[in-house]
Design a protein around this ligand. Structure first.
Ligand code: MN
Length: 320
């Protein structure tokens, strides 16, 4: 599989690397990292990392501005994106001559003449490191930093369950080979503005926790503005609510006036939540999913369903 990916990339002179909308460090790190790796290995190729640029994660590197042109002789590589509709910057993958999919989410749409999908992988950054070490691709220090940051971010500093011995050995090899100063990278990844910390305090104080262990917080546009953050970063705070004894599943609902939708970020430390979120224009991993709602009315249905999920989970675990 990895060798086939290498040979396919080798065959194309023009390559576009895409990832999901609402880019996170894994999406940015894998696409920008892979761009640098392909360019280092094949300096004559035209390689672009596409999708909207991210101010929040600008330390991950620059994306390329490309005009919608003729893609008919180009290869498209889609990273970290399980479904066609969430590919950032690509309306129709059929415009490209060929497509490769590399992802660690449970598959939603099957696409690509080569599709390397493995949901036991911690991150797509991990998969790119593996790809380099299994082929003749050349790693660079810049790419290694991006890949390290994406992997660390997606595993929440090696905390999540899909962190494996393979994760650890790949990271050890990466650091050994490239001598990246990895501890200094944490400043970029984890330094946060005071406004966000204050919002987090508000969320801890005001989240509602049901007797079944379901916790949620509704963040209206008014509150998000008051704390001077944006709907995306308020949603990302969901990651800081793990390890609470009384909470099994927790969700943030952030109102996004510009997009006219409610961003839903959900996490779990037991019940499998992605199947529920899929019904609400979303999806993701078993214990980490998201969705988009049209309005706060839809929120009530989702709250009910996730609360019931927790209730059933508690009941079935009691019986054992
Ligand atoms: Mn990812």
């Amino acid at each position: 599989m990895k060798k086939a990916i290498y040979w396919k990339i080798r065959r194309f002179n023009k390559i576009y690397i895409a990832r999901h909308i609402g880019a996170d460090p894994d999406a940015l790190g894998s696409s920008i990292g892979l761009r640098e790796i392909i360019k280092e290995t094949f300096p004559k190729k035209e390689v672009y990392a596409i999708g909207a640029s991210s101010t929040k994660f600008k330390y991950m590197g620059q994306v390329d501005k490309v005009k919608e042109e003729d893609f008919s002789d180009a290869l498209l590589i889609v990273l970290d994106t399980p479904d066609l509709k969430r590919i950032d910057g690509v309306k129709n993958i059929n415009e490209f001559k060929d497509v490769i999919k590399i992802d660690h989410h449970p598959a939603v749409d099957n696409f690509g003449s080569i599709s390397w999908v493995d949901d036991t992988e911690s991150s797509v950054c991990q998969m790119i490191i593996e790809l380099v070490y299994a082929t003749k691709f050349k790693m660079t220090k810049y790419a290694a930093e991006r890949l390290f940051m994406g992997l660390v971010s997606d595993t929440n500093r090696f905390l999540f369950y899909y962190t494996s011995p393979k994760t650890m050995s790949l990271v050890a090899r990466l650091i050994n080979d490239t001598h990246i100063d990895f501890t200094s990278l944490y400043d970029d990844l984890y330094a946060r503005p005071l406004s966000e910390i204050r919002l987090q305090g508000y969320m801890f104080q005001n989240m509602i926790v049901t007797e079944n262990g379901f916790a949620y917080i509704k963040l209206t546009d008014e509150i998000i503005r008051k704390f001077e953050v944006d709907p995306a970063s308020s949603g990302n705070l969901v990651n800081n609510f793990n390890n609470i004894n009384e909470v099994l599943v927790w969700v943030t609902f952030s109102e996004d006036i510009k997009q006219n939708q409610i961003r839903v970020n959900a996490r779990s430390r037991g019940p499998i939540i992605n199947k529920v979120l899929e019904k609400y224009n979303g999806g993701g991993h078993k214990f980490s999913s998201g969705a988009r709602l049209k309005n706060f009315d839809e929120m009530e249905d989702l709250i009910k369903e996730l609360d019931d999920l927790c209730k059933n989970y508690n009941n079935s675990n009691k019986k054992r």
